[in-house]
Design a binder for this molecule. Structure first.
Ligand code: CAP
Ligand code: MG
Ligand code: MG
Ligand code: MG
Length: 491
């Protein structure tokens, strides 16, 4: 029996008959497997107290609307979402969603349409931000989760105990297909592992998609031959429609790239979750790279309406993305904090992970199952898990760390993240190097070598020219912003 504060007692008495259907502070065990659990930062709109507003949100995000309707049935009320916990001081509300509400067979779009759908636009709230959620094991089984993982990519590349070192071709747009491929070759020749299309790359007339694929293949073959190392390219397959997306995937597959040497990048928020899940289901042997462009509209810390980086990342893992950008914890150019970005990275890497509020096990871990408990313990030491036991749970999803990083910032980020189990992609951090892309790639490789040898990069740079120049260039204080303002004033 939950001890109810006097404020809660008062608010319970203020509920109308409809609102009373959408609350239950005496749920015997919210984690009994029946419910998807969500916790929101919650501020009621004017004219309503917290519980009144919260039950309105629970209604609209499950079975209800703004009036009781004559067509309700005993069974429809079994599907009511339930407000089951409130922290008035921290302005937090917990809502339990009967997971039979959702489309069967594992559909992320269906969940999002409920829990962060209409409700984000309702008058009854001034703040509604989904901070964390907990998936019951029986629900996890309905969802695909990742298939081709970072472990597979590292095995293909022959990498152990270090991040996959990547870049994004820059300028972001405007290179011809051949110029684009040149940059790929230079990065791979310089020692880099992984090149991605930038998030807007598509079939622009100055860089036709089929030519881009053809020249990248030639660049990759040349670089592999000259370096003796495997390379990967992540192609942006986001498109206007399903058929065009599949056509792009097939063009890549038929261009002669061997399994493991290519990934499919999808702008998961602007292209949509259907695209993400389609790629996962059609191409289980390909790394599905989720770029999160547009996420800031929902996740920025100052946004009162939306969802957290952790929530977005957990949904990406559930949908089966092999990796998703999780931010640089403020080390790079994007807003972010360790609390937001590192919690998200851990939340999608581990088999058992502490979120902002819930501890999520991504596998059925019955208390007596000693194998799985052993795996959980091994997992915390980053051993490869779920390789043979993927039936037991949802495989890992790789943090992809990008946005304003450069070789000087590699170790600072690893120190904050506490893991090297990620892909890093540095755009300007490579191509702005004074000696160009090959030197930029070499500087990144050298910064990683220094980390692995536990040597300060300044010391390691004494014998590594490219790294020395990178430190000089990227450590220079940026031109002060006031010059920019003064230029703007003169226009
Ligand atoms: C990085 C990037 C990535 C952002 C995405 C860009 O380029 O290619 O899209 O990192 O942000 O276009 O800005 P730079 P996030 O390396 O030149 O910054 O990873 O936070 O989703
Ligand atoms: Mg009910
Ligand atoms: Mg409606
Ligand atoms: Mg980009």
């Amino acid at each position: 029996m939950v001890i109810k504060s006097s404020q809660l007692e008062t608010e319970l008495k203020s509920l109308n008959a409809k609102q009373l259907h959408y609350t239950n502070f005496d749920l015997p065990n919210p984690q009994n497997g029946e419910y998807l659990l969500c916790v929101f930062h919650f501020i009621p709109g004017k004219g309503m107290n917290t519980l009144q507003a919260a039950t309105e949100i629970a209604a609209e995000s499950s079975t209800g609307t703004n009036f009781t309707v004559q067509t309700e049935t005993a069974f429809s009320h079994e599907m009511d979402a339930l407000v089951y916990q409130i922290d008035y001081k921290k302005e937090l509300v917990w809502i339990a969603y009967p997971w039979r509400l959702f489309d069967r067979g594992g559909n992320i779009q269906s969940i999002l349409t409920y829990v962060v759908g209409n409700v984000l636009g309702m008058k009854q709230i001034d703040a509604l931000k989904l901070l964390d959620m907990w998936f019951p094991p029986a629900m996890l089984e309905q969802y695909d989760g990742p298939s081709y993982t970072l472990d597979d990519m590292k095995k293909y590349l022959g990498i152990k105990n270090r991040p996959v070192l990547g870049t994004i071709v820059k300028p972001k747009m405007g290179l011809t297909s051949a110029e684009y491929a040149e940059v790929c070759y230079d990065f791979w020749k310089g020692g880099g592992d992984f090149v991605k299309n930038d998030e807007p790359q598509a079939n622009q007339d100055f860089c036709p998609y089929d030519k881009m694929i053809k020249y990248v293949k030639e660049a990759m073959d040349k670089a592999v031959k000259e370096t003796g190392k495997k390379k990967v390219h992540s192609f942006n397959v986001s498109a206007s429609d399903f058929d065009t997306m599949i056509k792009r995937c097939e063009m890549i597959r038929k261009a002669g790239f061997e399994k493991g040497s290519y990934a499919y990048l999808i702008d998961g928020l602007t292209a949509g979750w259907m695209a993400v899940q389609t790629l996962r289901r059609r191409y289980p042997n390909v790394f599905i790279h989720f770029h999160r462009a547009m996420h800031g509209a929902f996740t920025r810390p100052e946004n009162p309406i939306g969802f957290s980086v952790l929530v977005l990342s957990k949904f990406a893992r559930l949908a089966g993305a092999s990796g998703i950008h999780t931010g640089t914890a403020g080390v790079g150019k994007m807003k972010g904090t360790p609390k937001d970005d590192i919690t998200a990275a851990n939340g999608i890497l581990k088999l058992l992970a502490k979120g902002h509020f819930f501890e999520q096990s991504w596998s059925k871990i019955p208390t007596k199952d000693k194998d799985v408990l052993k795996m959980v313990r091994e997992d915390s030491h980053h051993h490869v898990i779920l390789e043979d036991d993927s039936w037991r749970g949802i495989k890992k999803c790789a943090p992809i760390v990008s946005g304003g990083l450069n070789p000087v910032l590699l170790k600072p980020f690893i120190d904050i993240a506490g893991t090297t189990d990620f892909i890093t992609t540095m755009g300007a951090g490579c191509h702005a190097h004074p000696d160009g892309t090959q030197a930029g790639a070499a500087a990144l490789v050298q910064a990683c070598e220094a980390y692995q040898k536990k040597k300060p990069i300044e010391k390691y740079a004494r014998k590594h020219e490219e790294l020395r120049k990178a430190i000089e260039f990227f450590s220079k204080p940026k031109k002060s912003l006031k010059n920019v303002e003064s230029i703007e004033k003169t226009h």
